[in-house]
Design a protein around this ligand. Structure first.
Ligand code: AMP
Ligand code: ZN
Length: 468
């Protein structure tokens, strides 16, 4: 079955063709772990999760790498300003390493709550310093770099003929439109730092030796270096939020293609923003919208996920509690109907009807991740006079592709006797297992048993039962 995805590079919907038959490599830009992720950031990861689930449902083997930015992301895109991590450290009076660990853990918890499948590997930038230095060295050997005294090693964008192609920017336009002073020593408006020197008057908490002097890598080089190191010189899909198109991803291409000598990424898939009523979701203005805040206000992570899936990943979405209330009502309605179906279903289902609908659902999702369209099909199925067993089998398939845990939520509704603390312990155990912390997972399992319950793992989650 064809898979259609919008490719930012060609500005059109294309039929996906993998580099290797039956396999897909995906690199997604991960969080900068200096603060909580806001629910806008989380929208991007949910959209990417749908993309991944869509490939899995089509039988693809998925290799997914996500970086964790724990160094080098400055507060200004112009390579000035503070390092976000050092800023976080000052704000909270803890070391940058503590900040990185703390916010990485919270991020992992958030994505687990949102039922986002784990990446094949998470790669913190600080664990790939040598790879980043090596890549800068290769660019230097090929004549793409220059040094700005007391500042860093910069990329000379005039050397790369294709610079700006992804964002449809042409170098002459960039120059003409720029009212920039070059007193900082940059040769071209779009030039960017590959390696920044540590300030002479201050010791940074994170700094490394390099052929150019003590310092730290620029933000863009980390993704290029980790992607090359973990996936290789050809990548099926590179993805991030739309804000990455014109700078971060544009710079990534400029860093890689002169070194590998050919096209690097086949599909650039960008996720649209979630805005708040003020226009832009921010970590510094107004109410900081986090997943925990939504949970405190009584919205589960799955309700938030459902709210997101009602829109296309390519349209901007404005967050409001009214819209979230509507999504909550609709999600709970589906769950109630699923609970009724569970009560009246037995095991056998109609394979022919199942396959027919499954194809229809997958065709919809394969059409540039049309989640809203697939939810309409789900509503049609729930309303239809199809037998309960086949309905249930199809709902299982919806859970696989949309990750909305309709069946688990319906079972919890039927099994209201499971106390919240047991559900929480089971979640922590699942999280520990995802992180391959089996000792902790076993310890939590035992605690659950001691309370008279047991957890059973399934392909994509777990069930909790009372020990009879
Ligand atoms: P950051 O932690 O700032 O590096 O961002 C993490 C991811 O969230 C990136 O892929 C960004 O493009 C994306 N992002 C940032 N703001 C938003 C937003 N308001 N809505 C959706 N995605 C966003
Ligand atoms: Zn990146």
């Amino acid at each position: 079955m064809d898979i259609k995805l919008y490719n930012t590079m060609s500005r059109s919907i294309e039929t996906f063709k993998p580099i290797n038959e039956g396999e897909v490599s995906i690199y997604t830009c991960g969080p900068t772990v200096y603060h909580f992720a806001h629910i806008g950031n989380l929208r991007t990861y949910v959209s990417q999760d749908i993309m991944k689930r869509m490939f899995l449902a089509n039988g693809y083997k998925v290799k997914h790498i996500m970086n964790i930015t724990d160094v080098g992301h400055l507060t200004s895109d112009g390579d000035t300003g503070e390092d976000k991590m050092e800023k976080g450290s000052k704000r909270e009076g803890r070391s940058v390493w503590d900040i990185a660990k703390y916010y990485t853990d919270i991020f992992m918890n958030d994505i687990s709550d949102l039922n986002i499948l784990s990446a094949t590997k998470y790669t913190p930038a600080t664990q790939y310093i040598q790879e980043q230095i090596d890549l800068v060295k290769k660019l230097e050997d090929r004549g793409y770099t220059y040094k700005i005294e007391n500042d860093g090693i910069y990329y000379d964008t005039s050397k790369f003929a294709d610079y700006g192609k992804l964002g449809g920017q042409n170098l002459d336009e960039l120059k003409a439109g720029a009212r920039v002073d070059f007193s900082n020593g940059k040769k071209n408006i779009a030039d960017f730092a590959l390696w920044k020197f540590s300030p002479t008057n201050e010791k940074r908490q994170m700094e490394w030796d390099s052929p150019w002097g003590i310092g730290f890598p620029g933000w863009h080089i980390e993704c290029s270096a980790m992607c090359l190191s973990e996936i290789g010189d050809r990548l099926d899909i590179h993805s991030g939020g739309v804000d990455h198109i014109k700078v971060h991803h544009t710079n990534e291409i400029a860093q890689v293609e002169p070194v590998v000598g050919h096209k690097w990424v086949n599909y650039w898939v960008h996720m649209e923003f979630l805005n708040d009523v003020s226009g832009k979701m921010s970590k510094s203005n107004g109410e900081f919208l986090t997943l925990s805040l939504l949970k405190e206000k009584g919205y589960s992570a799955l309700v938030y996920r459902y709210f997101l899936l009602l829109a296309s990943y390519r349209t901007q979405l404005t967050f409001s509690y009214e819209l979230l209330d509507g999504a909550k009502k609709s999600y709970e309605n589906i769950v109630k109907k699923v609970a009724d179906i569970i009560k009246s279903s037995t095991k056998d289902y109609d394979k022919f009807v199942f396959e027919e609908w499954k194809t229809k659902i997958l065709e919809t999702l394969n059409n540039d991740l049309n989640t809203a369209g697939s939810i309409v099909i789900l509503q049609d199925i729930l309303k239809s006079d199809m037998d309960a067993n086949t309905k249930l089998k199809l709902i299982e398939f919806f859970d696989e592709i949309l990750g909305l845990e309709f069946i688990d939520s319906a079972k919890s509704l039927l099994n209201v006797n499971i106390p919240d603390n047991i559900k929480e312990l089971a979640k922590l155990r699942w999280f520990a297992k995802q992180n391959k912390d089996y000792a902790k997972a076993d310890e939590l399992k035992q605690q659950i048993i001691n309370h008279g319950f047991q957890v059973e793992d399934k392909k994509d989650g777990f069930d909790i039962k009372k020990i009879s």
